[in-house]
Design a protein around this ligand. Sequence first.
Ligand SMILES: Nc1ncnc2c1ncn2[C@@H]1O[C@H](COP(=O)(O)OP(=O)(O)OP(=O)(O)O)[C@@H](O)[C@H]1O
Ligand SMILES: [Mg+2]
Length: 408
Amino acid sequence: MTGFNNVLLIEDNLDDARLVGTYLDDHFGKGCTVHLAATLAATLAAGLAALGEAEPDVVLLDLGLPDSQGLAGYLAVHRAAPGTPVVILTGDDDDELALDALRTGAEDCLAKQHTTSATLLRAMRLAVQRRQLGEGLHRREAQCRAIEVDVERCVGERTASLESANAELRGLNRSLAHDLRGPLAGIIGMTQLVRRDAREVLPSTAWRRLQLIEQSALDMNGLIERLLSLAEQRQQAPPRERLDLTALAQAIAERLTAAEPRRPVRWRIAPGIAAQGDRALVASLLQNLLENAWKYSRTTAAAEIEFGCEIPAESPGESQDEGPGAEATVFFVRDNGVGFAMEQASQLFEDFERLPSSAGHEGSGLGLAGARRTVERHGGAIWADSSPGAGATFRFTLGRGSRGGESR
Ligand SMILES: Nc1ncnc2c1ncn2[C@@H]1O[C@H](COP(=O)(O)OP(=O)(O)OP(=O)(O)O)[C@@H](O)[C@H]1O
Ligand SMILES: [Mg+2]
């Protein structure tokens, strides 16, 4: 801005008004291209009336007027023309008043006795520029607010559609669970009947196998129940209880052996392994890992499957209890089966991922993805170590709360 088209001076003291007029003439009179029409008003009421007509670029306002004293005058001018910059001229050399004026929104506040032509012109120019900057800022704030309201609506719509997709999935889960429970109840009921009715005539191995079938069906029922309730409260960590992992692994080994009794597999299940976790989820995790070990060692002449744990070294004086520095126990399932090349294994824990080594073995590539979800829900991790023909070792933790492994 190089000059002013119109300045409104609200001043009741004629000498002061003349002085300001001289300052303005000094400047704008000297070959300035801008036309200056200073309007003089001697009272606040006259000033406010002139404000509407003159539409000044800047208002110079005296705070001691016959009809107004102090900052009330500024507030009235601001209310009448909020977009017009105001420079206050006071007879008081009072810093507190000047600060109050700035806090209230005035662009500048000058003490008349120290004002010169140069300082007045400078204050007027800065006042106009400050007002323009402020307006630019307000415009940008308004744009930002508008963008925020855009964004919020999008998030709202996306959330609503996710919620409805989730509700749909929950519904699907419930009906699947319902449909699965029916045949399972049939298997359990029939097995119980056969075991009761044919107890006297069945050989003991057949009777034990029926018991394993019944137990498997009951386990599956429990798992469906747990998965359903976990799906309903996905945000919460699963409840933990103390689990006898040795017993769980032994039961799974017995079931696998019963299904293929002729396979000479050497099981090595370490005694006394315990952990804190969700029973159904951890049982299903062990089932997946031991089932893989069983499946992928099928072509090995002297197959061996091992389940154990590696307890991390403790710092001196650290107790056996879970403490802030305690590391999680690492559990492992090892076999000496076909193994796989580690460079092929980056997606091993993703849904439907099967490696070339799985050729000729049944499966859908979902077991390890489920295993990963289970350890992650417990705050743990799972990883593998293998090489082709040399078997595979799967290690996992169940988070800091899982510390176990000590003898019961
Ligand atoms: N112990 C193992 N030895 C060799 N390869 C393994 C072993 N465990 C898993 N894999 C490889 O990882 C892949 C993924 O395993 P995952 O358990 O997810 O699926 P799957 O066993 O093929 O099928 P599913 O478990 O769904 O019946 C397997 O297809 C196989 O290639
Ligand atoms: Mg599997």
